[in-house]
Write a protein that binds this ligand. Structure first.
Ligand code: ZN
Length: 122
């Protein structure tokens, strides 16, 4: 094996190590940016006279209601986890337009702690 061949092997090895590290880093980031919950999207329609909200599981585009917030009830495990839904107006509009809001997959970035969870949809 001459010097050039040895050098080539070294370069190839370094490239492989580099690629491996890159894919590990990307996988970690993807996981953080693209969590997916399976759950039911619930509209919290305000009733200003009563001073509360009425939870509604809409089976049509819910943007016809007065402006309202949403939560997702995680249906993967029956532990009652509820996520507040945040996101850009476009992303929220997409969710509102779904005809089926039961047991759907919702992708986004999950943040919070065991007392309060938020999913930021994208
Ligand atoms: Zn809604």
């Amino acid at each position: 094996m001459n010097i050039n061949t040895k050098y080539s092997y070294l370069v190839i090895c370094l490239i492989f190590v580099g690629l491996a590290l890159t894919s590990i880093t990307n996988a970690a980031e993807d996981k953080h940016q693209n969590d997916i919950i399976t759950g039911t999207l619930i509209c919290l329609v305000p009733d200003y006279d009563a001073g509360n909200v009425k939870p509604v599981i809409a089976n049509e585009n819910c943007s016809g209601h007065a402006p309202h917030g949403h939560v997702v009830l995680d249906t993967r495990e029956k532990v009652g986890n509820v996520y507040a839904v945040k996101g850009s107006p476009e992303a929220l509009k997409r969710l509102q337009s779904l005809n089926n809001k039961v047991n759907i997959k919702i992708a986004g970035k999950i943040s919070g702690n065991q007392d309060a969870w938020v999913i930021t949809v994208n």
